[in-house]
Design a protein around this ligand. Structure first.
Ligand code: HAM
Length: 428
């Protein structure tokens, strides 16, 4: 018996019945981006592994444990590191920004992307190995402004709201400049050094390599240690504190509810200053709908000009999970053509070809079957009209047009397809 193949672990088919919901989320996001003057960018699904390692940080979980690296059997000359499927969009967008000298073309590049990302994680509800992000990156010499931080957060919130979500929570924090981050990690090591034995083995490792990550560890004993810390924004310089206050003030002015969460540090190394996360408690353990923040040093770290940047990414699967009660709008067609014999089959075939030229969505059965079964098919396809090509109609050069909702039936000439198309599309 031949092997039956299944979808790979941690990936999922998006079946036709679910596609309308995906389109709905995508089109809402596109509209929000259009309103805010963002342009779309599409980068490849894989890049040099080193690009991700350098930007997200060698010690981040994504780089350490989740990279899906391609085993290329014919590595090309000049390829210094291997290739990996992109685990996120930021590094690729920054690579493209630098490669295409966007800083010389515009003072501020507002870019968005929608597409699949890949992480070799242990799959569970809301956590996949191939998932989809709606992301935005604002990069350029003129992108340092607390108002811009607030606006980027507002865009993420707007997309979620337009997708029908209301129960989410926005947490924000500031990591400050590179120097502030350094001071913060010294402070944290100082705090944790007397509690090392209470920390989980992962956090004991993180103590040296990436002390920030101890703050968002989910292990109970680590949480207990963290909850005793007195955290605020005192590790930030005066300038960084002032900047963060202005971001919070701008959010308040926009009526966007948030919580300042001093333990929010994010798992990727590139962040500086404002960081944020949007979570929905209805999602269970994988509750982050999206996240983002500033990354003012990343462009230079990747060899580009000294420009600042901020962005976010929302997880599409999680948006849809949080909105699981929404009814899926069924796909409908304008018309379905019913025929009776081989002669009318040929006519029906020609008719639907013609109507499609006028953007009438229409279909037919391609095999001779009973009228009853063809009508059932029309119904299943949500056809608004059924076109019937019976003997009588054919003799007269006409087609019977039945409106499914009302049952009203008329006879229309086949001489003027443009007119027929107009009639069918009216009220669609
Ligand atoms: P991230 O927090 O790694 O940030 O991912 C953003 C969102 O992608 C998450 O909040 C979640 O909704 C979704 N996501 C992540 N991993 C998975 C997964 N395995 N399965 C399903 N959904 C997932 C970033 O990716 C940054 N690049 C965001 C950013 C853009 N920061 C600045 N600009």
């Amino acid at each position: 018996m031949s092997k039956i193949f299944n979808v790979a672990r941690g990936t999922a088919d998006i079946l036709p019945a679910d596609i309308p919901l995906w389109h709905e989320v995508e089109s809402k996001a596109r509209l929000v981006f259009k309103n805010a003057n963002f342009s779309e960018i599409r980068t490849p699904a894989f890049e040099e592994t080193e690009l991700f390692a350098r930007s997200m940080g060698q010690t981040s979980d994504v780089v350490q444990k989740q990279m899906l690296t391609l085993m290329s059997q014919n590595a090309q000359e000049g390829e210094t590191s291997g290739l990996s499927l992109r685990p996120e969009g930021t590094a690729s967008v920054v690579r493209s920004y630098i490669e295409n000298s966007m800083d010389r073309k515009e003072p501020i590049s507002k870019l968005f992307y929608i597409g699949p990302m890949f992480r070799g994680e242990r799959p569970q509800k809301g956590r996949l190995r191939q998932f989809h992000q709606i992301g935005a990156e604002v990069i350029g010499p003129q992108t340092i402004s607390p108002l811009l931080d607030a606006q980027v957060i507002a865009i993420a919130v707007d997309i979620l709201k337009r997708c029908g979500l209301n129960g989410f929570k926005l947490k924000i924090n500031s990591l400050g400049s590179a120097q502030d981050k350094e001071n913060f990690s010294t402070f944290l090591r100082d705090q944790f050094k007397n509690h090392l034995s209470e920390l989980c083995p992962d956090c004991q490792n993180r103590f040296e390599r990436n002390v920030f990550r101890i703050l968002d560890c989910k292990v109970q004993t680590c949480r207990a240690v963290v909850s005793n810390l007195k955290l605020g924004i005192s590790h930030l310089s005066d300038d960084s504190q002032q900047y963060f206050q202005q971001v919070m003030h701008a959010l308040q002015n926009m009526g966007i509810a948030f919580e300042h969460t001093p333990t929010l540090v994010r798992g990727l190394d590139y962040y500086t200053h404002t960081v944020f996360e949007i979570s929905d408690p209805s999602l269970g353990s994988q509750d982050a709908l999206g996240a983002g923040g500033r990354y003012n040093d990343l462009v230079t770290l990747l060899g580009g000009p000294q420009v600042d940047a901020i962005g976010f990414a929302l997880g599409m699967e999680r948006i849809l999970l949080a909105n699981a009660t929404r009814e899926i709008p069924a796909q409908k067609i304008d018309a379905f053509c019913v025929f009776f014999d081989d002669n009318s089959l040929a006519k029906a075939f020609a008719l639907i070809q013609e109507l499609r030229k006028y953007d009438v969505s229409c279909d037919m059965s391609f095999r001779l079957s009973s009228v009853k079964s063809q009508m059932r098919q029309a119904d299943k396809n949500g056809a608004r009209f059924v076109m019937i090509l019976g003997d009588e109609e054919l003799k007269e050069g006409k087609v019977a047009l039945k409106e499914m909702a009302t049952g009203a039936q008329t006879k229309e000439s086949l001489d003027n397809i443009a007119q027929l198309a107009q009639l069918i599309k009216k009220g669609s």
